[in-house]
Design a protein around this ligand. Sequence first.
Ligand code: PMP
Length: 385
Amino acid sequence: MPQFPNIIKSKLPKAGTSIFAVMSALANKHNAINLAQGFPDFACDPELVKLVNDAMKKGHNQYAPMPGHIPLREAIAEKTSELYSAYYNPDTEITIMPGGTLAINATIMALVHEGDEVIVIEPCYDSYVPSIIMAGGIPVYASMKMPGYQIDWSELKKLVNHHTRMIILNTPNNPTGQVISSNDMQKLQKLVEGTDIIILSDEVYEHIIFDGYEHQSVSRFPKLAERSVIISSFGKTFHTTGWKIGYCLAPANLMVEIRKAYQFMVFSVHTPTQYAITEYIKNKDTYLQLGAFYQQKRDYFANLMEGSQFKLLPCSGSYFQCAVYDKISNENDKEFANRVTIEAGVASIPISAFYHKGVDNKVLRFCFAKKEETLEKAAEKLSNL
Ligand code: PMP
């Protein structure tokens, strides 16, 4: 097709293809085991598939209400109230959305204005900054400190000024596997007191938390909840990342604005899936057992990796294990991740991809949401390095 010259002024001039797509493509090309992108390689519960199928057969195949199927919103209100003692009104404060990424984007598009500053804490999930930029906002970077990837609240405080519109949190954290403590939340509460800063709290891994830690949802802290938007994802909870369904919680005054943006982005989510999840979520074990399920996988992988030269970093939540490889190679993490994919046959994500300046601490991220046999094969190859 001939191209009209100079027709484009890119809105995202610095964005390339997401690292997840790049590493998955490399894994496919070289037939490598894909521990890069965060998705399970095992099936979801056949009961859930049956419920979607049943909903389709029963004829629930037209548009759902814009904010989501009402009984599903009611079920989420009940779950949130039971788990975090926070009540969100299903009519005005809960919206079902097609996945966490879109919910994050809709929130930022609705609430961040031209020139507003948004603080992100690196290493961070790669959709935050492009969404901020598309909204005309300015990303401001705080960082978690190695080792242990703790948030440095005094550093973060220095970044706050009267242009700060939003702070984005993510717990349990992708890529680090760290969780925010209630002490962290108290510090955040103090920091935003007296400001009009909104918190965007990405809690898509809320049920994947280990070692007796409790998920510290911002909804547990009333002084934070009144200014917070929470994002969750059924894709992570029910092993159905390909279904792209999640939800967003926010006080009504914030949700009004988020829905205004969202209705013109997507309008509503796949109807049969909403019917199915409404039924499925009645069994609380479907989400309450998830932490134990993934803790077992984390430990299985860690045991297998004991004979390797990788040093595994602490992982308290999410389905990602970070590992330092400085005993194996001096290469930067992108070169090393590429070589390990091509030569050793295991794909991972280099952590520098989660920093705007590509900070390289010689750390790779491995996804352990995999069958035991996949983890065994991968660990064997990694142990030979
Ligand atoms: N936030 C984080 C931290 C994630 O890791 C992901 C998925 N990789 C998302 C949001 C997006 O979730 P979804 O697949 O539901 O869009």
